[in-house]
Ligand binder design. Sequence first.
Ligand code: IMP
Ligand code: MG
Length: 180
Amino acid sequence: MNEDIRDILIEEEQIQKRVKELGKQLSEEYAGKRVIIVCLLKGAVYFACDLSRAMSIPVRMEFMVASSYGDGTTTSGSVAVRLDVHDDIAGMHVLLVDDIIDTGLTFERVKTLLETKKPASIKTVAMCDKKDRRQNGLDADYVGFTIPDEFVVGYGLDYAGDYRNLPYIGVLKPNVYART
Ligand code: IMP
Ligand code: MG
């Protein structure tokens, strides 16, 4: 285990098992539809790649960058879209994928923007859900794991850009925050 991690919250095997389940469920529910995953960079990249490979139906990939966090662990409250989708998504079924839903502001902002592009539908998929922290009542349509209100890293989730490539999801030791 990485020396900066206090506890592992979700083991690698649990993540891979859950991703396969979600992939199977989405393949059944979206069979026969034109599906495009819109992956929110950078955090959702590991999850979106694994999820798309767990799907047995054709699926396209697009990428967006939306940021609300600085290098801290709480949201700034305003979400800026720094990179928009490139392909035309009109008439397509969008799966908007993020690493985690926290306040819900990122999904709300990005969904509003994507709706203007006239897709056939938009559903949200979050690897982790910190339900207790929601500020806008918005729920993700598909959730990997509901987790407690703790700052987590790994499997795409970062602290100040680090720890994304850990294969598990874990909680940082408090002294790591104190360093910055
Ligand atoms: P929201 O807009 O508050 O729902 O936050 C979503 C974004 O906040 C995610 O895309 C993450 O980048 C970031 N975030 C929220 N909680 C955590 C966490 O525990 N660890 C790492 N990033 C987080
Ligand atoms: Mg993020």
